[in-house]
Design a protein around this ligand. Structure first.
Ligand SMILES: Cc1cc2nc3c(=O)[nH]c(=O)nc-3n(C[C@H](O)[C@H](O)[C@H](O)COP(=O)(O)OP(=O)(O)OC[C@H]3O[C@@H](n4cnc5c(N)ncnc54)[C@H](O)[C@@H]3O)c2cc1C
Length: 392
């Protein structure tokens, strides 16, 4: 793979909106990606292996629980810092960002928000340091966009719960130490349970043959009469709103992360357009190529503004789920379109692993699907503006 010469576009001087702390956090993450991710990520993706060697680095840049309080091992940062870290990691690879998102927003967040003090003390510091990696089990083979229909369930056996069912498409599953699993009790109410590797009847087979997020491990969570201790139930929130609250946090991170992937594609195509000669000129001198680049930087700038404003609203507690949906949908769509255009600008070279664009392009096919598909987020905006529910 080519050396990482990335220079971040900032067409509207958005750095002026950031604090010194934001810039320090962002720059540390950017340097780490250049030093530790870029040199190894192409090979990891080609081999379809999650590069476990980067777990310590992810913890060091604060990617595991950026906004979780320091008393639990988190970085104690604000929401914009969290977004910037996700942006920089996804600039390197969406699969690596997925691992960080799941750990922070889908595992640490529910333990912090819905767990009790004992659970926070037991799990959060080990997750923040990367000693333990977690996964989040919501999706099932027959319930993806409609998680409320889940059939995974648990029965109260007096001194423990008995968990049965299966989850599918679970990031980090093959090597997670713990899983936050959403399951129905005997009355049909959804609760979160912390399931630990080693519990009898719990297995995590890997899902192979993916063409997307190849550097992220995906698998199933299978529960065959798993005895879960009662103290592993998250006591402080139940119902579908509990997992959806985690998704709000993760989708916010994706809205930022997608900008990183788009910036990398744009920057690569811009540099290539000045170097690649055809018909005696750099291809960047042709109007058709300039149109692509001009549209890319315009869309990136709009997405940056959307993410920054959402970060302010998220920090002051006013961002709605529908506003987060809009940003996730818009920014991932923006990134996938930019990846496609940028790849074409590199001609044949664009399909090779010499450059990052094709990998981003394939990764973004997962990002546009998980955490609510593109169409589902459109329906959420539709419901929000009309008050009419297209899901029923
Ligand atoms: C790489 C990867 C990692 C993932 N990681 C996780 C994870 O860690 N944890 C987890 O719980 N899940 C995870 N997922 C699952 C992901 O969230 C689901 O794939 C996603 O929610 C879509 O569900 P589905 O694949 O079952 O598609 P379906 O729900 O079957 O949807 C198929 C199509 O139908 C459309 N559709 C569905 N309902 C409607 C409707 N009402 N109106 C209009 N169109 C509709 C969808 O938009 C989509 O285009 C992951 C997925 C992938 C690919």
């Amino acid at each position: 793979m080519k050396p990482d010469l990335f220079e971040a576009p900032d067409y509207y001087n958005l750095d002026e909106l950031l604090t010194e702390e934001h810039k320090l956090v962002r720059d540390a993450a950017r340097e780490w990606v250049k030093r530790d991710v870029s040199p190894i990520i192409e090979e990891a993706a080609q081999k379809a292996e999650f590069p476990k060697s980067i777990i310590g680095g992810l913890a060091e840049i604060g990617a595991f629980g950026p906004y979780i309080p320091e008393e639990y091992g988190g970085a104690g940062l604000d929401q914009i810092s969290y977004g910037l870290i996700m942006q920089e990691i996804e600039r390197g690879d969406s699969g690596v960002r997925s691992t960080a998102s799941v750990q922070s927003s889908l595992v640490m967040y529910p333990i912090w928000k819905y767990g009790n003090e004992e659970q926070r003390q037991k799990y959060l510091p080990k997750l923040a340091s990367g000693e333990w990696i977690g996964s989040f089990g919501l999706t099932e083979p027959d319930h993806g966009s409609n998680p409320g229909g889940m059939t995974t369930n648990f029965k109260d056996m007096g001194d423990h719960y008995l968990l049965n069912g299966a989850k599918m498409w679970i990031s980090n599953a093959p090597f997670c130490q713990i899983a936050v699993v959403w399951a129905k009790d005997e009355s049909g109410r959804i609760h979160g349970l912390i399931v630990e590797r080693g519990m009898e009847g719990f297995s995590t087979p890997e899902t192979h043959n993916k063409w997307s997020l190849r550097a992220s491990a995906t698998g199933e969570l299978i529960f065959d009469n798993v005895k879960v201790p009662k103290e592993n139930l998250l006591p402080n929130k139940s119902g579908l709103g509990a997992p959806l609250g985690c998704l709000d946090s993760a989708r916010f991170g994706i809205a930022w992360g997608a900008i990183g992937a788009a910036m990398d594609c744009y920057d690569t195509a811009l540099r290539y357009s000045k170097e690649r000669m055809q018909f005696g000129k750099p291809i960047g001198q042709f109007q058709l190529q300039q149109k692509k680049l001009a549209e890319m930087i315009t869309e990136i700038t709009k997405a940056q503004l959307l993410a920054w404003r959402l970060g302010v609203m998220r920090e002051n507690g006013t961002a709605t789920s529908a506003q987060i949906s809009m940003a996730k949908r818009n920014n991932v769509d923006m990134a996938i379109n930019i990846a496609r255009e940028a790849r074409q600008m590199l001609g044949g070279m664009g399909i090779t692993g010499e450059y990052s664009i094709m990998r981003h392009s394939m990764n973004l096919e997962s990002v546009i699907t998980y955490e609510g598909t593109h169409d589902i987020h459109l329906l959420i905006t539709g419901l929000d503006v009309t008050g009419l529910n297209a899901f029923k």
